[in-house]
Design a protein around this ligand. Structure first.
Ligand SMILES: C=C(O[C@@H]1C=C(C(=O)O)C=C[C@H]1O)C(=O)O
Length: 411
C-alpha cells in the first residue's frame, strides 16, 4: 500500500472541508461511488473511492476482502450486499491518500480512471472555492410514508400477534419525508452529525444508480480489531435523554428490560449454534445516543484463543437481522414485517461499515439514517414491540428517533 502525503497537490491553506468538497465533486463528475465516515469517539474522517465505478456484490465473506466498505439492505436474498473497494483512501483531516492493494493492469479502465481522477482533483483544488453545491447520486424513490393512524394500527396488529403467540417481539418501523432547505449542503450536514453525535458512527455513502444515505448510528452489528477480538452488542430499550447527567439515574420498565434481554438471548443463541462458549458478556448498562438513552450489553470473543479466524463472517450470517431491528423468533417476525409494514426498508436497518481497513472491520446497523433525494430526505425509524407495548408511545419513539436526523437537516 502506497501512502502519499500530497502536500504538493493540496495548497497548504486548503481546509479539510474544502478538500472533502473537491473530492466529492470530482468523484460525482466521474460517476464514481464513494463512502465517507467517522468512527465513534474518533476525529478522523475517512473517504474511499471505488475506481471501477460500480460496487461489487458479495456474500459476507469478510476475511478474504480487500480494504473497503460494505453496505447491505435489511432484507437481502443472495448476493445483495454491496462492496466498495478502497482503491483510493483519503484521511481528510490528515490530508493523506493511501492507495488500495488491488493492482490494476496498465491500460485497464480502473488504471486510467485513477490518473483521470487525480488529475481532475488537482485541477479542482486549484479553482477558487465558491459556495457551490456538493452533488450526490440520487437513487430511485420507493416512498410510502405511513400516516400516524396507519402506524398505530400496525403496532396494534403486532401486539395481537404477540398475544396470539406468533412471536415474542417484532420491530416495526415507518418512514417520513422532509423537504431539504434551499441552502442544504451535504458536507455541512455530515460535519454537524460528527460534532453533535460523538459516540455514533457517522456515514455518508453515495453510489451511482443506488443513491445516497447519511446517518449517525449508535449500534454495532459486529467488529473484529487488529488483535482479532470479535465484538457485538445488544442494544434496545429507548427513552428520551433529559439533561446530560441523568444516565446513572435512568429508570427502565419491565418492558424495556425484557425487550433488551431478548436481543442478548438472540446473540447468545447465535454463539450456541456454532458452539462458541468462550464469550465475555458485560452489561446491560444505560448508554447515550444523541437525544436518547438505550440499554446495552457487550459481547467479546478472542478469536485467536479459540482458533476461529472466520468468526466475523460466520456471525454476520447468523446475526443479521438481529432482534434489535427485526424480532424474536426471527422467521415469523420477519415475515410479519415484510407483509405488514407496507414499505421497503431498503438500506434502513441493513448494515454498513469499513472492512479490513487498517486491520479493522467494524460493521454497524444502519439506524438514525436518511436517504437523500434531489429535494427531500426520507427518514426512517422503528421500535421494538412486545406484549406490553402502548401504540401511542411506540409512535412517539419513532418520532424522537427521527429527530436525530431531522434537527440537523433543518438547522
Ligand atoms: C429500530 C431502531 O432502533 C433499535 C430499536 C430500539 C428499541 O426498540 O428501543 C433501540 C435501539 C435500536 O436497536 C431505530 O432506531 O430505528
Amino acid at each position: 500500500m502506497a501512502q502519499t502525503i500530497f502536500d504538493s497537490f493540496i495548497g497548504q491553506h486548503t481546509s479539510p472541508s474544502t478538500l472533502m468538497k473537491r473530492i466529492l465533486q470530482t468523484a460525482y463528475t466521474l460517476d464514481l461511488p464513494i463512502a465517507l465516515w467517522r468512527m465513534p469517539k474518533e476525529e478522523d474522517q475517512h473517504l474511499i473511492i471505488d475506481l471501477s465505478g460500480t460496487p461489487t456484490t458479495i456474500d459476507g465473506e469478510l476475511e478474504k476482502l480487500d480494504a473497503g466498505f460494505i453496505l447491505a439492505p435489511f432484507y437481502a436474498e443472495g448476493e445483495e450486499q454491496l462492496y466498495l473497494h478502497a482503491d483510493l483512501h483519503f484521511n481528510i483531516n490528515q490530508k493523506a491518500l493511501t492507495e488500495g492493494n488491488r493492482s490494476f493492469v496498465i491500460g485497464s479502465e480502473e488504471h486510467r480512471m485513477k490518473e483521470v481522477f487525480l488529475q481532475k482533483l488537482e485541477e479542482n483544488l486549484k479553482s477558487e472555492d465558491k459556495n457551490e453545491d456538493v452533488p450526490y447520486h440520487v437513487g430511485s424513490e420507493s416512498i410510502h410514508s405511513l400516516s400516524k393512524e396507519q402506524h398505530l394500527a400496525l403496532v396494534e396488529k403486532g401486539i395481537s400477534k404477540i398475544k396470539e403467540g406468533e412471536f415474542n417481539k417484532v420491530v416495526l418501523s415507518r418512514s417520513k419525508q422532509t423537504a431539504l432547505p434551499a441552502s442544504f449542503n451535504v458536507i455541512q450536514m455530515f460535519e454537524k452529525l460528527c460534532s453533535s453525535y460523538k459516540n455514533a458512527f457517522v456515514s455518508f455513502t453515495s453510489i451511482p444508480e443506488i443513491g445516497t444515505w447519511i446517518g449517525a448510528t449508535p449500534e454495532t452489528l459486529l467488529s473484529v480489531d487488529a488483535q482479532q477480538i470479535f465484538r457485538t452488542m445488544s442494544l434496545a430499550g429507548t427513552q428520551a435523554r433529559n439533561g446530560l447527567n441523568d444516565m446513572s439515574r435512568a429508570m427502565w420498565s419491565q418492558k424495556e428490560i425484557e425487550e433488551q434481554a431478548m436481543v442478548s438471548r438472540y446473540i447468545i443463541n447465535c454463539f450456541k449454534k456454532i458452539r462458541v462458549r468462550e464469550y465475555e458478556e458485560r452489561g446491560p448498562k444505560t448508554v447515550p445516543a444523541g437525544n436518547l438513552l438505550h440499554l446495552c450489553s457487550y459481547f467479546a470473543v478472542d478469536t485467536d484463543e479459540i482458533n476461529f479466524p472466520e468468526l466475523g463472517s460466520v456471525m454476520l450470517k447468523l446475526l443479521h437481522p438481529t432482534s434489535a431491528i427485526c424480532g424474536m423468533p426471527l422467521k415469523p417476525s420477519r415475515e410479519f414485517i415484510l407483509k405488514e409494514e407496507g414499505y421497503d426498508r431498503s438500506f434502513y436497518a441493513g448494515f454498513l461499515g469499513p472492512i479490513n481497513m487498517e486491520q479493522h472491520t467494524h460493521i454497524f446497523v444502519n439506524l438514525r439514517c436518511a436517504q437523500l433525494l434531489a429535494k427531500k430526505a426520507i427518514l426512517y425509524a422503528g421500535g421494538g414491540i412486545t406484549a406490553d407495548s402502548i401504540p401511542e408511545k411506540e409512535f412517539q419513539e419513532t418520532e424522537i428517533k427521527m429527530d436525530t436526523m431531522l434537527k440537523i437537516i433543518e438547522s
